[in-house]
Design a protein around this ligand. Structure first.
Ligand code: NAD
Length: 363
């Protein structure tokens, strides 16, 4: 199969859908790989590295769309690309169709095979192509929390880990899933005292077994949150209720009880955020202050670390890309449930219920 790796054109997106290491694996399996020129530059990969891995460099996206059997992106194709997609062509990327009607209509019209990273589902109902980005955001949330605790960044002037004879910071992580567990691990590693809250008893049982001694997994409740917020230096919002907006767990009233110069990092902001006072920010202007508490609410945190994010994404997508390339999308979807669940729009027909429901389309 001929696989095309496109350059991202969405604003401020520096990731790329395949590293040279991934390209080498595709080529070793007998596939031809074409890479748009400079596609990897934002993630630290040169054209020469792709050529050394076996790819051919192509100047324009139009040439890639014109010949590739499968094209890969990170973000959803942009309007300038809609008419380049060919009937029967496989497009494998994060689509997020449900909030984007023009994109959905364009992919019904172009009769391509749209396989969405975000709906590829693992055997335990997990979402293996979303997990790596949650890991990045979770880990990064503590770096950001530690940074904004510094006085020059507006914080309390506290070192997260403390030092000999001086207590460390109190970190509260709300949500003990992928983001929350990664955040808690990083905060524990720095020596903070970490309260990790979740609603799921089985999950709490597991976390109690595997987390370090300075992490205290606890059942989430408004009463416990009110108590912990009084002493908190950094609070991480990491809850997810599948298919719904994030619940507002910390109200403005509760925020008022927090210390001046404390920091909240609302990772769940892409689902609306779990603090009443959150609103989405950007890497260019990431924080704002409400009631003396610094709010960091960047909706695409992994975008700040494209080298790590690109490698983590390729690690996760490559096995599926390879399976699709080796077997063709039809056979791959028959043999692999994750690939079947990734199919969103096929030959003009919506095949994913969530997308059909979003626009009242036939399914
Ligand atoms: P996850 O499903 O792995 O974990 C969510 C956890 O929240 C679950 O364990 C669940 O039991 C728990 N939870 C639900 N309601 C709760 C409550 N009331 N109190 C405490 N815990 C509760 O999800 P995840 O992958 O960790 O993602 C968390 C959020 O981070 C999502 O909204 C996701 O979209 C977002 N995210 C944001 C970025 C970003 O750049 N801002 C990047 C990646 C993920």
């Amino acid at each position: 199969m001929k696989v095309g790796i496109l350059k991202e054109i969405k604003a401020a997106e520096n990731r790329v859908s395949m590293t040279p290491t991934g390209v080498e694996v595709l080529c070793a399996n007998g596939h031809d790989v074409v890479v748009e020129t400079a596609a990897g530059v934002g993630s630290g990969f040169s054209n020469e590295e792709y050529v050394a891995a076996g790819a051919k460099i192509i100047d324009t996206p139009a040439e890639i769309y014109a010949t590739a059997d499968m094209v890969m992106h990170v973000k959803e194709p942009q309007p300038s690309e809609y008419d380049m997609v060919r009937e029967g062509q496989i497009v494998f990327t994060y689509f997020h169709f449900a909030p984007d009607e023009p994109l959905t209509r364009a992919f019904i019209k172009n009769k391509s095979i749209a396989i969405a990273y975000e709906t590829v589902e693992g055997p335990a109902g997990d979402l293996p192509l979303l997990t790596p980005m949650s890991e990045v955001a979770g880990r990064m949330s503590i770096q950001e929390g530690a940074k904004y605790l510094e006085r020059d960044f507006g914080g309390r002037g506290l070192l997260m880990g403390g030092v000999t004879g001086v207590a460390p910071a109190n970190v509260v992580v709300i949500g003990g899933g992928v983001v929350g567990t990664n955040a808690a691990q990083m905060a524990c590693g720095l020596g903070a005292k970490v309260s990790l809250l979740d609603m799921n008893l089985d999950r709490l049982r597991y976390l109690s077994e595997v987390m370090p001694k300075n992490c205290f997994p606890m059942m989430s409740s408004p009463a416990l949150l009110r108590e912990l917020l009084l002493e908190a230096d950094v609070v991480i919002g990491a809850v997810l209720v599948a298919g719904a907006k994030a619940p507002k767990l910390v109200t403005r009233e509760m925020l008022k009880s927090m210390k001046d110069g404390a920091v909240i990092v609302d990772v769940a902001i892409d689902q609306g955020g779990c603090f009443e006072t959150s609103k989405a920010t950007t890497h260019q202007d990431p924080v704002f202050d409400v009631e003396g508490v610094i709010h960091y609410c960047v909706a695409n945190m992994p975008g700040a670390v494209p080298v790590t994010s690109t490698m983590a994404l390729t690690n996760a997508t490559l096995p599926y890309a390879l399976e699709i390339a080796n077997k063709g999308w039809k056979q791959a979807a028959i043999e692999s449930n994750p690939i079947k669940t990734g199919l969103n729009i096929v030959n003009g027909q919506v095949t994913y219920k969530g997308v059909a429901d979003a626009f009242d389309l036939e399914y």
